[in-house]
Design a protein around this ligand. Sequence first.
Ligand code: GH3
Ligand code: MG
Ligand code: MG
Ligand code: MG
Ligand code: MG
Length: 302
Amino acid sequence: MNILIVEDSATLRAHMSKLVTELNHRPLFAKSGVEALQLIGSCDFDLVIMDVEMPGLDGFETTSLMREALGDRWVPIIYSTSHNSDDKVLAGIEAGGDDYLVKPVSHNLLKAKLTSMQRIAEMHQQLRRLNDELSERSQLDGLTHLLNRRTFTEKAEQCLHDTRRFGKGCAMLLIDVDFFKQYNDHYGHQQGDECLRTLALALSNNVNRDCDLVGRYGGEEFIILLPDTDLKGATDIAEGILKAVDNLNIPHKLSSVADHITLSIGVDEASKDDRYSLDALISVADKNLYLAKNNGRHQVNS
Ligand code: GH3
Ligand code: MG
Ligand code: MG
Ligand code: MG
Ligand code: MG
């Protein structure tokens, strides 16, 4: 660990530094509370040993300010002090510290405290990682890793709000796989899943901007929102997707429109003058998708 030693006395700093080094950690130093606070952000420390009696900011004040500055990031703070009355201990913990060492600090006691704090810090980090992973996973569709419907809707509402505010238009693509029931019947559900994953990747590869939203809307239906794009631009992208999926050439023996997997796409736009809503966009795109199906599938209808 990188251990920040906050200590105004040069003798005690040297002593603590020796102990920390003997325990195979790397000591970093601050001679005052202010200096310690200045190191946040510029210097990466995993634990703090904090003197309590210091001129200027004392250890409790420094700890409390440090906690504020660190925000969500938890770094263990252990006081090192000669005053260990119960009242002081309580005040120190309430200020945001995690443990207490009483000077003079012995090698083994320091080792014990560092070991236990390191254990907690590692659990803390692991929990954060899991939490991040979980929150990312809950936004994505498990099969295709595209945005799931709920996340797509949330992001699309926000996106529509922004485009409207900046006086821009946007476009929507509603995409449905042709004769996918027959594909499953003939090739099996697992290969059907594999096909959906491949199609999802093709969709992502055909929209290039970070602001474009690509989601799985339902079983074999996908949805794309293209901010700042007009009907012509969106239709071009839809045609590009149709061609890209043709080029994948995924065999589909039971399709009545081709010998491979094909898509039908309904497009709609909201021009900057429309008082548009997500529901209205989806509803028209869905009607156009229905027309694309009725007109023979494997086509774009805008
Ligand atoms: P159309 O050209 O009119 O769209 O015909 P279709 O067969 O594609 O449409 P239909 O709605 O009748 O069938 C959709 C099929 O998609 C039925 C369902 O089994 C399949 N499906 C939906 N979700 C999944 C999935 O997650 N995995 C697999 N393998 N199949 C799925
Ligand atoms: Mg001191
Ligand atoms: Mg469908
Ligand atoms: Mg279908
Ligand atoms: Mg329209």
